[in-house]
Design a protein. Structure first.
Length: 183
């Protein structure tokens, strides 16, 4: 932009839908050139994705993903919509325990990223969990049927190469850790 006008100005906003996990709003906007438009914005709580690695192995979870009608392997991940005051690390530690039954002696913050910032406010906070101890899963009702399994890193990389892993978050997190030299 060459002047001080904002690129986009919101002139009105209306709530379209809301439940415990998601809020959808529609914003009326004016672009810097004066043209009107709308944006649909999905508001979701930030979440944590956890890379739990021990002795050359990685923990993955598999669960049924209703919107796409199938079971898929992915990194442990989740949000605490009912307790937004928790820090990203507390969410990561809690999700790791819930889904895998693991407690991490070391939890390293790796970075954060937006998942789909063209339509959603949600941010993913990425953690590397090491020095792991088993303490037992604590699955939520929404996680019924979730399976946790340990994979050799070589097998995990094969699953990524062959498209077995379809989760965009898992793929992006692996890329983040690779470029930072953490895996």
């Amino acid at each position: 932009m060459t002047d001080d006008r904002p690129e986009i100005t919101c002139t009105a906003s209306r709530l379209v839908y809301e439940n415990r996990w998601i809020k959808l709003r529609e914003d009326a906007i004016i672009r810097a050139d004066g043209s009107p438009g709308i944006y649909s914005v999905v508001e979701r709580a930030d979440f944590a994705a956890i890379v739990a690695i021990q002795d050359g192995h990685i923990y993955l979870v598999e669960q049924f993903r209703y919107p796409v009608g199938g079971r898929y392997w992915e990194l442990p991940q989740g949000a605490w919509e009912d307790d937004p005051s928790k820090s990203p690390e507390e969410v990561a530690r809690g999700e790791l325990r819930e889904e895998t039954g693991l407690i991490a002696g070391q939890m390293q913050f790796v970075g954060s990223m937006f998942i789909a910032y063209g339509l959603c406010t949600q941010r993913c906070n990425v953690f590397l969990a090491t020095d792991l101890q088993q303490a037992g899963q604590q699955l939520d009702a929404e996680e019924a049927g979730l399976v946790c399994r340990l994979f050799a890193l070589e097998e995990f990389e094969r699953m990524l190469r062959e498209g077995v892993i379809q989760d965009g978050t898992t793929l992006a997190v692996v890329g983040m850790l690779k470029v930072k030299g953490l895996i």
